[in-house]
Ligand binder design. Sequence first.
Ligand SMILES: Nc1nc2c(c(=O)[nH]1)N[C@H]1C(S)=C(S)[C@@H](COP(=O)(O)O)O[C@H]1N2
Ligand SMILES: [Mo]
Length: 371
Amino acid sequence: MAGGLDHVGKDLDGFEVHGTDPQTFESARQTLGTSAVTAIDEMFVRNVLPAPSADELRLDDRDAWVLEVTGVARPGSLTLAELKQLGDREVTTVLQCSGNGRTLFDHDAPGTPWGVGAVANSTWTGVPLRAVVEAHGGVAADARFLTATGGESIPDDVDERKTVVERSIPVDKALDDCVLAWDLDHTPIPRAHGAPLRLIVPGYYGVNQIKYVKRIAFTAHESDAWIQTTAYRTRPVGEAPHPDQPSMWEMNVKSLVARPVPGERRAPGRLVVEGVAYGGEAPVDRVEVSVDGGRTWADARLVDDDLGPTAWRRWSYEIEAGVGRLEIVSRAHDRADRTQPEHAIADAEGYGHNGWRDHLVTCDVAAAAST
Ligand SMILES: Nc1nc2c(c(=O)[nH]1)N[C@H]1C(S)=C(S)[C@@H](COP(=O)(O)O)O[C@H]1N2
Ligand SMILES: [Mo]
């Protein structure tokens, strides 16, 4: 935990700081799901490269930001002001780093040692990508992917392809669901979260949600950037990276216990267990909770209205707790009949942990000690 303002304008109070340049800040478990939509101040931050400066991002004149569009019938570029003329849509969706839960794996997976707090649920406003494409005469005939490039400037002395944040996603996904967003939570996107323009890919892992997006290209092949070919692919421990391994695109179904927090002590009586659950492209429609380490389960109550298929569901489960130790676990199900496994598949890079057993939270229920 740390205090004070970071140089991207984020108040670090309450975050676990894994790195400051580039910024890697983890949200505290107990803040997850305290509101239906995560407060911007409580959103985790993950920058692979240092964030561009306010000048580079045109923060004094956001509408002047330029987006290049290629792989369409009429390639060209648009300012943010022009993009705003093409229409807008709001989408509430989970943003989660592929490595969220990495430290729960038994093997020593490399990368940021995330606990459970690299996840948020956020509302974005922007233009549907399809509208941008239509304004440029449609996608090129051979296009199979959308490739989006982040606006970080890359120093001359490093290999641009090994460094650039550039990701490809299937073209149908891009046209059906994606938005180029300028607002987060109905205010201009802060620098930490991708000002002034960000690609939002609902239901996909965080790395695909390109911040500071300066170019979109419809391409026949996936990007040859290292972050696409080699990194962010799932594979068994011990296997070498290869571009044929599945890319970290759609998120798997998952849930977290937010409160009580691990090791918390509570007095006997009414106890409310709270958490969040989310899927990838299919919405979560049921969450089960066990307070005896997975021996018996009961359905949790889903809180809030459904905010959309890729938003999280907050859930709540109330018990009368007697003296003893609670071993709390949760298990989410999605509408495509997918469920969290008891044990996650051990992933070489520590991606995609959704096993319910490793997410177990213990809570001791004891009468208050008299002094
Ligand atoms: N341009 C750019 N986009 C990026 C990144 C980055 O470093 N640069 N990091 C990615 C990763 S790995 C994640 S998990 C999310 C984090 O989004 P957040 O910092 O808004 O929480 O942004 C993604 N988009
Ligand atoms: Mo990430």
